[in-house]
Write a protein that binds this ligand. Structure first.
Ligand SMILES: [Zn+2]
Length: 434
């Protein structure tokens, strides 16, 4: 157990909150039993923190003059975890009927949901995440987190996914055509020109990554996950415009031909990639494109489709049951092909640590699974300060008892969480820092 009191931490956190940039705020020295730095495991180490950044990582246990010591000598310290595919405002599908939920909740309601799920994610150890499909509420929650008003991970957000009429992102599919919501058009793209405009609009509205829907999906009415639904010129124009604005592009894709089209167009990550063939995986490997396999969400939806199909939109339980076991079966092919893997669950509410076990069951070593959720995910997000513990990194770190490179199951029990130098969890207990 750490040798400090929660009261001392509260005082330290309050001092930081009151004067976050004052030079007199004490440096912190986190003494780690072992240290996973985002790439490899090291022995006893000390991470020295000033304000919200790491300024040094030293071998052994050191105590810089004047620094507050945080004793994690019995634990393994890792960079704060990154979930590269979340929907921060999404409730678990097993809780309520999805259509009922959609038409009885406003963006404001979703923002409060998202604030709750964001805090839960942070306490599970996730100090950063990429939200690949939300709306105004995700931008508001991201800004509230950045402004120190609520607790949550650093968020990169995509707003509404861009895709065609009748595609996976078309909210009108399968519902009464007379119903309307201005937000339902925010992601619709039916020409290269519209793709260019929508990317620019999303940038203006606060998007920091662009999400495309080149193929059909599962949890939507009427479309088929085996079809490429977005035209090649729409994908190409969206990618060109996004990259020109410094935004990365994540693409939800199932079938192999659509994966190959989108990879050739220059996307940065394939989300799901469930029906990838060895040829498609080879192309991804050659182009350095990440796969975010999101194995967790298939388990979650499979469970709901099996036990509570009435909670899913009409016709989707059948799609779930027909397709949801395929990704787990196919994932070892991606591992074998040597494709870069980043960690992503596709969850909002729920346990974001579930993916670790699934990645290891699919063939990653525990160290590779940890890299997927730290160094690799930081690389995919495009923030070299995230997912690593090195001078200049964010002071985002977590700790678990024991050695997760030997037993990945330990990642289910993150005991210590710090984000930006502020402690949120100690000894498995939340610290009310703000
Ligand atoms: Zn998703």
């Amino acid at each position: 157990m750490p040798k400090f009191t929660i009261r001392a931490l509260l005082l330290a956190s309050a001092a930081l909150l009151a004067a976050p940039s004052l030079a007199c705020a004490a440096d912190k020295a986190v003494q780690a039993g072992k240290l996973f730095d985002g790439v490899k495991l090291r022995g006893p180490s000390t991470v020295v923190i000033r304000d919200d950044k790491v300024i040094a990582v030293e071998d052994g246990w050191t105590a810089p003059a004047g620094a507050e010591i945080i004793d994690l000598k019995t634990q393994t310290v890792l960079p704060g975890l990154i979930d590269a595919h979340v929907h921060i405002g999404a409730a678990l599908p097993s809780k309520t009927n999805a259509i009922e939920y959609g038409v009885t909740h406003s963006d404001l309601d979703r923002a409060f949901d998202a604030a709750l799920y964001a805090r839960q994610m942070l306490l599970q150890g996730f100090t950063a995440a990429r939200d690949l499909g939300g709306g105004p509420e995700t931008a508001a929650v991201r800004d509230a987190i950045d402004g120190g008003k609520i607790a949550g991970p650093r968020l990169w957000i995509a707003l509404e996914p861009l895709g065609p009429t009748a595609g996976h992102g078309d909210m009108r599919s399968g519902i009464d055509p007379a119903l309307a919501n201005p937000g339902w058009d925010n992601g619709l793209v039916d020409s290269p020109l519209e793709a260019r405009l929508k990317v620019r609009e999303h940038k203006r509205r606060g998007a920091t990554v662009i999400k495309l829907m080149p193929s059909g999906g599962i949890a939507s009415i009427g479309d088929d996950p085996r079809h490429q639904t977005m035209a090649q010129d729409e994908i190409e124009e969206a990618v060109r415009t996004a990259h020109g604005l410094g935004l990365k592009v994540a693409a939800h894709i199932y079938p192999a031909p659509a994966i190959e089209t989108a990879v050739r167009a220059g996307i940065d990550s394939v989300e799901h990639g469930s029906f990838a063939t060895p040829e498609a995986l080879k192309l991804m490997k050659e182009r350095g494109v990440y796969l975010v396999p999101t194995l967790t969400v298939y388990d979650v939806f499979y469970e709901t489709a099996s036990k509570h199909p009435e909670l899913l939109p009409p016709g989707t339980a059948e799609k779930e049951l027909a397709n949801d076991l395929i990704p787990k079966k196919n994932f070892p092919q991606a591992v074998k092909a040597g494709v870069k893997i980043a960690y992503g669950t596709d969850l909002g509410e729920g346990d974001h640590t579930l993916e670790f076990d699934l990645l290891v069951q699919g063939g990653l070593t525990p160290t590779q699974a940890l890299t997927a959720a730290t160094g690799a995910a930081g690389d995919l997000i495009g923030d070299p300060s995230a997912g690593r513990l090195a001078p200049g990194s964010w002071a985002d770190l977590v700790a678990v008892a024991g050695d997760p490179t030997a037993d990945i199951g330990l990642m289910r029990k993150v005991a210590f969480v710090m984000k930006g130098g502020v402690v949120y969890k100690v000894g498995g207990v939340e610290v009310l820092a703000r």
